[in-house]
Design a protein around this ligand. Structure first.
Ligand code: BGC
Length: 961
């Protein structure tokens, strides 16, 4: 028995469970995944991890063993021959993170797999449906293609007063197929972003490929199966390549005059380049490869005249190149592509605080090509316009009713040569016109020049996106209608995982707002905000929100990708920077890190491990995390206290209650030690685990010597200080209740308001609930007065604001220079809502053993308060399958419905200690054979259950009425 928790459960529940009539249904297997992906095409791990999910209507259904077959052909698999791997029957409840352990696999190997499992009665399931994966290009020598580009003789611009926006490059190359094709995969990468075309259309709808990395060190590549798109005879491959993150405007570069020649662009190089390798396997066993080379043709005269992620796109439809991506197109006017090395030397002066230097913006081949593992960026929803206003003659403002990240689809009819302009923003001025001041240097403007098609024309940009609720359209000949513009929501297509609703509609809306802000900001990297000239992978925002992020979507591969970016950006002295990737420092290099920001390097892998059971991520980044921890120690005082170094973001955007940096940093260092010890335990690094525990105890002692005034009172007297010290485990057990009381008193003294910023907000409510102040936590959550989450909602928010007071009724829009209306950080409270109101959490890494602990607040309200939450309904699609909870209270009667998927066990906490008063499915608890009573806990009752649907009904104990 590999899973001790299951073992314990079977001991606890086994006797009664075996009395349950054996269900006739066997376990059904679905959702086979390799490295979290469905039938992936470019796996680089030589021991890729497999996972599946199980379905069964039977209560207590569990998996006790599995057998995996991996075969080199579908035929072998169909005959149940695992010629690559036959695991044999393995007694285990594990159903994720199972490494392939068969014959060595090489580049391009395509393998097929399936499995069967055994249930708790020892009965075998049927074989699962087959799945497959294909290995990526594992060795540099697998790449026969070379980087191509065009000879770019334009000098590096020096005029910082204007924008420099070059046109896209169209590439094309024809080739002939003479024989039937068995399979064809195309691998593509770009320095810049690239849309790959084949025989008349896009190879894939995904946007902004291949993705953002530090291109000199590493570029991503993508693999696509194009077998079905090939045709006998002539074929045409094409690509549209634009600057993207490689050469385009990034972050606040232009605002602050950073980067080469102070332009705010060209952070990685000046001229985009393309790498393509199409590998065709013929049915007769022979093969053919088409690669990027000098035979490709190229033009810069196509319709995409400007294409910049931040500034926008200009598309001149009169310059379209009909048929350019089809065979037979006349490309004699085009030029030959060049080897990218033709642009080898492009000197410039790079400017950034303390980092001025001479740089070469010429072509450098990335040292490493790596398969992109995150879900592709794509359109996940279309939003119809809700209304159009005309605040000034000829200026039309479309309201999509939702702040989001993406683009619009334009449908228009008009004269050839007419140019219409689209601008984007989150808010309107008093006079109803579009507000763009808070976008700072992001131009966020798209222009479209009509070709004059009498039947109308449709356009969507491919190389930019915006953060907006309103789109302004000007330059049109006729009054537009609602369907002139449609909003297209862009995001990495992380599968939605959770939902949260409750009796307070304001909070139901807030949960939705957090999900929207996540969608808008989990876009290539976890960004701070999608609209202004920033969109950076800010580490502080990422770490504070990551646990909430896991509730709303399956973000395992999104963070797998970003953790590589973060490690790549790590300073050689060990600190993680303020954001990753890290094209430019935002302050002097030696201090371009910050307490609680860089700690993302520990918090994110720890979170991904807890939620998905992923120890591979820990192993992959262990050396890097260790370097970070060494640096943290080296920069601490002799007794282990952190000092005030780095950027002083602190408890960013707190409400006039700052907490000193060195204090915050000490708390984070302590928490890091705990997480490192736990991760070391999980990967068998015993010595490291002990060392980090010892380090934690030293930090705790130093912390108490410095900040403890006795009896739970701290010399740093802020809400954040108390909440964080308790969170980090720095307060001795004997003083915890007193410290928590002090925190609760502080909140009460503020008129039951919070004063926390990015750091304190994540931990405030969990700490209040943990230490007996759950009703106060709920009160804060339900508050509508500034500062609160509810305040945003009642003031019209459809996403999470950057500041508690981004907008106030009295003051209007605050601080237009730094004010985003789509910033997820303060949405981190949803982690608490899922854990303490919906009551869904994991007890062991990977949701094998869960804690179902919704805690109803008391119904009594204080004057001016909202009616207390009296029902909650939520679900969470964990790596082991979907969990759902739903509770309501009517008077003193409390009902809780719990659904656990097959092969999951869990503890359920109920708000009464009297087991005799609890019914389950209409029967007394004692008569419910699949429920085991553990005993009283925390004013309530703890039970153990297995898979199935349960409805508990009880009278609330006095403490919860
Ligand atoms: C970003 C934040 C970030 C911060 C650092 C801001 O400009 O938008 O969310 O964490 O800088 O203080």
């Amino acid at each position: 028995m590999k899973n001790p928790a299951l073992f314990l459960f079977l001991i606890l529940a086994g006797v009664v469970m075996s009395a349950e009539p054996a269900g006739s249904e066997r376990l059904q297997i679905l959702d086979l995944r390799c490295e979290y992906q469905e039938n992936p095409l470019a796996i680089e791990s030589t021991a890729p991890r497999l996972s599946w999910r199980l379905v069964s209507p039977a209560r207590g259904a569990a998996q006790t063993a599995w057998r995996i077959l991996v075969a080199s052909s579908p035929a072998a698999l169909a005959e149940n021959r695992g010629d690559l791997w036959d695991s044999g029957k393995v007694a285990s409840a594990a159903m994720a993170q199972i490494p392939y352990a068969g014959k060595a696999l090489g580049s391009r190997d395509r393998v097929y797999w399936k499995l069967m499992v055994w249930d708790e009665h020892g009965r075998a399931s049927a074989w699962s449906e087959p799945a497959e994966w294909t290995m990526g290009l594992l060795a540099p020598s697998d790449w026969r293609a070379r980087w191509i580009s065009f000879e770019d003789s334009s000098p590096v611009a020096t005029d910082v007063t204007r924008l420099h926006l070059p046109p896209a490059q169209h590439y094309r190359r024809e080739f002939v197929l003479s024989k039937p094709v068995r399979r064809a995969l195309v691998y593509a990468s770009a320095l810049g972003i690239c849309d790959l075309h084949l025989n008349g259309g896009l190879v894939d709808e995904a946007y902004f490929q291949p993705g953002w990395s530090d291109y000199s060190k590493r570029a991503y590549y993508r693999a696509y199966d194009v077998t079905a798109k090939l045709r006998p005879g002539a074929n045409a491959l094409g690509a549209v390549v634009t600057d993207g993150w490689y050469a385009g405007y990034i972050g606040f570069g232009r605002l602050k005059k950073f980067g080469p020649n102070e332009l705010g662009r060209y952070f990685y190089g000046k001229t985009p380049a393309l790498l393509v390798q199409l590998e065709i396997q013929y049915a007769d066993g022979t093969s053919q490869t088409v690669v990027s080379d000098e035979q490709w043709r190229l033009t810069r005269e196509g319709p995409v005249r400007e294409a910049d992620l931040l500034m926008g796109e200009h598309y001149d439809a009169r310059r379209e190149l009909p048929g350019w991506n089809l065979p037979g197109y006349d490309d004699r006017q085009w030029i030959s592509a060049s080897w990218a090395t033709v642009n080898g030397d492009v000197p410039a002066i790079f400017r950034a605080p303390g980092a001025n230097r001479a740089v070469n913006l010429g072509f450098r081949a990335p040292a490493v090509l790596q398969a992109y593992v995150a879900p592709p960026i794509g359109v996940t929803e279309e939003l119809p316009a809700k209304s159009i206003s005309e605040p000034k003659p000829g200026i039309y403002l479309f309201d999509f009713g939702q702040n989001f990240a993406g683009n619009v689809r334009l449908r228009i009819k008009g004269k050839a040569g007419t140019t219409v302009t689209l601008r984007f923003g989150e808010m309107r001025h008093q006079d109803g016109t579009l507000m763009t001041e808070n976008l700072r240097a992001a131009r966020a403007t798209d222009t479209y020049t009509l070709r004059g098609d009498p039947s109308g024309e449709t356009w969507t940009p491919r190389f930019t996106y915006h953060g907006f609720q309103y789109a302004e359209l000007t330059g049109v000949e006729e009054k537009p209608t609602l369907d002139t513009l449609t909003g297209l929501v862009l995001q990495n297509k992380t599968a939605p995982a959770g939902s949260f609703e409750c009796s307070d509609p304001v909070l139901t809306r807030f949960a939705l707002n957090a999900a929207w802000s996540q969608r808008a900001n989990y876009l290539e990297v976890p960004t701070d905000c999608p609209q202004r000239d920033e969109r950076l992978g800010w580490t502080g925002d990422a770490q504070t929100y990551v646990r909430t992020g896991t509730y709303f979507a399956d973000i395992a591969t999104f963070f797998t990708k970003w953790m590589d970016d973060l490690e790549e950006a790590q300073f050689n002295f060990g600190a993680y920077p303020d954001y990753a990737p890290y094209p430019m420092p935002d302050s002097k290099l030696a201090q371009a890190f910050a307490a609680a920001w860089g700690d993302a390097g520990i918090i994110c892998p720890w979170t991904i491990w807890r939620v998905y059971g992923d120890t591979a991520m820990i192993r992959r980044h262990w050396a890097s995390m260790t370097r970070f921890m060494d640096w943290r120690m080296a920069t601490s005082s002799a007794d282990g206290l952190s000092v005030n170094i780095g950027n002083m973001f602190g408890d960013w955007l707190n409400v006039d209650e700052p907490t000193p940096i060195e204090y915050l940093s000490t708390c984070y260092h302590a928490w890091d030690c705990r997480m490192m010890a736990e991760m070391a335990d999980a990967t068998g690094e015993k010595l490291a685990a002990e060392t980090y525990r010892w380090r934690l105890s030293r930090i705790r002692e130093a912390f108490l010597r410095t900040y403890d005034k006795g009896k739970g009172e701290l010399s740093v007297d802020t809400q954040t200080a108390y909440a964080l010290a308790l969170w980090a485990g720095l307060i001795p057990e004997a003083d915890q209740a007193a410290a928590a009381r002090r925190l609760a008193d502080k909140v009460a003294a503020k008129g039951n308001r919070l004063s926390t910023g990015f750091l304190g907000t994540r931990v405030l409510l969990p700490i209040l609930s943990t230490y007996g102040y759950h009703d106060l936590a709920v009160r804060l959550f339900q508050n509508r007065q500034y500062p609160s989450w509810g305040y945003e909602v009642v003031n019209g928010a459809t996403s999470v604001w950057e500041r508690w007071d981004s907008y106030t009724v009295e003051g209007g829009i605050k601080d237009r220079r730094m004010n985003s209306f789509n910033h997820y950080a303060l949405g981190a409270v949803m982690e608490w809502a899922y854990q303490w109101l919906a009551g869904i959490d994991t007890m062991n890494p990977g949701y094998g053993d869960v804690l179902i602990r919704p805690r109803p607040p008391k119904s009594a309200v204080q004057p001016g308060d909202e009616p207390r939450i009296h029902w909650v309904k939520a679900h969470y699609d964990s790596i082991r399958g979907p969990i759902a909870t739903e509770w309501n209270r009517t008077g003193d009667v409390y009902t809780l419905k719990v659904i656990l998927p097959a092969n999951m066990i869990g503890s359920v906490w109920l708000p009464t200690a009297a087991a005799a008063e609890v019914s389950e499915g209409g029967r007394p608890l004692s008569a419910s054979p699949s429920v085991t009573v553990i005993g009283p806990q925390d004013d309530g009752l703890l039970l153990r259950i297995g898979a199935g649907t349960y409805i508990f009904k009880l009278r609330l104990a006095e403490a919860f009425r």
